[in-house]
Ligand binder design. Structure first.
Ligand code: UTP
Length: 300
């Protein structure tokens, strides 16, 4: 068996400019989808995949994330006094165990690769997962659990979650080419950052989940900037492809890109419609609101 994946890194130091002014004083990762902050969805996904240590790379204004994963004695005692046991249980469930979280700072948002590099001392010399909190991957088992399964079946290496995108959109993403398909996974043979459609090796784009070997930190040590003048994780992975195996996993599920307004709104609608306590009333509201705005709604 390859070395287990015990640690996960959550980069939460970005500026979230696409959500200004909401993100002026509040981190994007605390925006709520239905009634849970984005960061909670990815932490839950990581726990389900067996992660034991949760490492947050935060920036300015991010202390609220630290508070979110801490006990709130005043709130809990008020809930207890009011007999709100359901709410108390919810708070309890969401909390990682004592000593399971670590926080470090990325002092400047120099790119995703740089944010991951900031976690190098907390990760140490072992393979680890990276989860982008603005991507909600709705899947059962969760996306990271599916990746850990492939990691074990392929005897280790690096694993990237990929998904299909329309060909006319490939120029917006990191794209992979692959060979040796087995079920839902394959060997990554190429990675291209934001290719023109005619140069793209496939329409499989890198989504927001990675399992990486610690050698990635040697690559990130070079602090080389790429697209947008940022230190990019895709560039570091590309350099590592010469010496390490990379597996792609076309995971079974649906992705909501919550870093984008439309994706964020879609996640709210889809996840609300999955909730037994909300769905009936919400369907009724949608049934009224959508025709008022010129749309059609058919529940089938
Ligand atoms: P994004 O590029 O989607 O986030 O990075 P952003 O820069 O905050 O958003 P916009 O484009 O300005 O609206 C994906 C993830 O990587 C983190 C972000 O917090 C987000 O969760 N990130 C990005 C960092 O932690 N540091 C960085 O330097 C860049």
């Amino acid at each position: 068996m390859p070395r287990p994946i015990r640690k996960a890194v959550f980069p939460v130091a970005g500026l979230g400019t696409r959500f200004l002014p909401a993100t002026k004083a509040m981190p994007k990762e605390m925006l709520t989808v239905v009634d849970r902050p984005l960061i909670q969805y990815v932490v839950d996904e990581a726990r389900e995949a067996g992660i034991e240590h949760f490492i947050f790379v935060t920036g300015r204004n991010k202390s609220v994330i630290e508070d979110h994963f801490d006990k709130q004695y005043e709130l809990e005692s008020t809930l207890r006094k009011r007999g709100k046991s359901l709410e108390l249980d919810l708070l309890e469930q969401d909390l990682p165990g004592a000593g399971e979280t670590s926080f470090t700072r990325q002092q400047e948002p120099l790119g995703l690769g740089h944010a991951i590099w900031c976690a190098r001392h907390l990760v140490g010399e072992e393979p680890f997962a990276v989860l982008l909190p603005d991507m909600i991957m709705k899947a059962s088992p969760g996306c990271l659990a599916q990746m850990v399964d492939v990691y074990n079946r392929r005897d280790g290496g690096n694993v990237i979650a990929v998904e299909e995108t329309p060909w006319e959109q490939v120029h917006r993403y990191g794209v992979v080419g692959g060979a040796d398909w087995q079920d839902n996974h394959f060997t990554v043979t190429q990675m291209v950052e934001k290719p023109k459609r005619e140069h793209a090796p496939s329409n499989l784009i890198i989504s927001g989940r990675y399992i990486l070997q610690p050698e990635i930190f040697r690559e990130l040590d070079r602090q080389e900037t790429g697209a947008g003048g940022e230190i990019q994780i895709t560039d570091a992975m590309k350099r590592m492809m010469w010496s390490q195996h990379f597996h792609g996993v076309k995971y079974d599920g649906v992705t909501y890109d919550c870093g984008d307004k439309v994706g964020f709104l879609a996640a709210n609608i889809a996840l609300a419609l999955e909730r037994e306590d909300i769905a009936p009333a919400f369907r009724e509201v949608l049934g009224k609101v959508i025709p008022q705005h010129g749309g059609k709604l058919s529940w089938g």
